[in-house]
Design a protein around this ligand. Structure first.
Ligand SMILES: Nc1ncnc2c1ncn2[C@@H]1O[C@H](COP(=O)(O)OP(=O)(O)OP(=O)(O)O)[C@@H](O)[C@H]1O
Ligand SMILES: [Mg+2]
Length: 325
């Protein structure tokens, strides 16, 4: 047995100390992972197609939003951090759109280009607030471009304080093991938003931030809170993870470290859209760590930011003034 002890503390709408904006602005966060474009086409349906029994949508509005790792980087930049993004896109229109939106979001883009890769895009066709169809384009980037990204990672590492891996299982993190090892050798904290059941790839990470379903996939269904603590302790020790932050939607979040278990209740007043809340959580923790805030305190800010973001429509961001209002 380790010296692990359980202490559960609930933080309710607590007054949280302001972190000076100058400190936040000095935080340099490098996001690595799978980038995607969330595209929305809105229109009216007035007839059924003569070609097949399907509705015909006359498109009258289009909207594009950054998704995946790009949304995480955008969240860090919105808080005021210096955010860099290392990932692969194709040589296509959605790839160009991502570059344009990253520029508007003040994210420094370090993009590998794979000419044969369709940039990951999720296209939704909607009419009267109802989704009629979703069309996905995606593929794994090629080996050469992934190796170039690994080299670029080595170059970018010294210029950043915190490394954040945003895994959406699209192949962008093929070399995540080497990246974590390099970052650790350089003494930089590595945060991972995980995907899938192979967590061996994240061995040695400073913090992983699964949601309930993602954790269940690796440790199985827990029967009680004590059972959960025990399963997480085993997982942490086995994979040498310093800490694990379980995000629990309306139940808030629980941080597990070697010495403590800290629970923070959800803060949302009104919930409109929970998509992207996990992105906001990890981006906020990374920004706070980069600003020199201890991990245990960082989650209080992350919980506050998540509570704000679920009150907004679409994958949204929280800025410095909203967080400390
Ligand atoms: N319904 C809700 N009510 C209040 N707070 C919520 C709700 N859903 C999410 N949150 C806040 O957002 C945090 C992250 O949410 P969640 O655990 O759903 O992450 P996630 O599944 O990774 O999200 P996503 O993948 O959609 O970005 C929670 O820990 C909580 O603080
Ligand atoms: Mg998530």
């Amino acid at each position: 047995m380790s010296n692990w002890t359980a202490t559960a503390t609930a933080t309710e709408q607590a007054e949280i100390p302001v972190v000076p904006s100058a400190r936040i602005n000095s935080a340099r966060v490098l996001v690595v992972g799978d980038v995607m474009l969330d595209r929305y086409w809105f229109g009216d349906v007035n007839r059924i197609s003569p070609e097949a029994p399907v509705p015909v949508v006359r498109v009258n509005k289009k909207e594009d939003r950054l998704g995946g790792a790009a949304n995480v980087a955008r969240n860090a930049a919105a808080l005021g951090a210096q955010a860099g993004l290392l990932c692969v896109v194709g040589h296509d229109e959605p790839g160009e759109r991502i570059v344009e939106l990253l520029g508007k979001s003040k994210v420094a883009a370090h993009l590998g280009r794979d000419p044969d890769l369709p940039t990951t895009i999720k296209l939704r066709v909607l009419s009267r607030q109802q989704q009629l169809l979703r069309v996905d384009f995606e593929d794994a980037p090629n080996h050469e471009v992934l190796l170039t990204c690994l080299q670029r990672f080595t170059e970018l590492l010294p210029q950043h304080d915190v490394i954040l891996m945003s895994d959406y299982a699209k192949g962008g993190l093929t070399h995540v093991m080497q990246m974590i090892a390099e970052a650790k050798r350089a003494g930089k904290p590595v945060l991972v938003d995980p995907k899938g059941d192979d967590w061996d790839r994240y061995r040695g990470a400073t913090l992983t931030t699964p949601n309930r379903a993602e954790l269940r996939e690796v440790v199985g269904q827990w029967k009680s809170e004590e059972d959960l603590h025990e399963r997480v302790r085993k997982l942490r020790e086995e994979l040498e993870l310093s800490a694990l932050l379980l995000t629990r939607s309306e139940e808030g979040m629980t941080l597990f470290t070697e010495t403590q278990v800290v629970h923070t209740s959800a803060e949302a007043r009104e919930v409109y859209d929970v998509s992207g809340a996990g992105d906001t959580v990890i981006a906020t923790v990374a920004t706070m760590l980069g600003a020199g805030v201890p991990l245990v305190d960082s989650i209080v800010y992350a919980n506050r930011a998540a509570g704000i973001v679920v009150g907004k429509l679409g994958t949204a961001t929280v800025d410095y003034n909203e967080l400390f209002a």
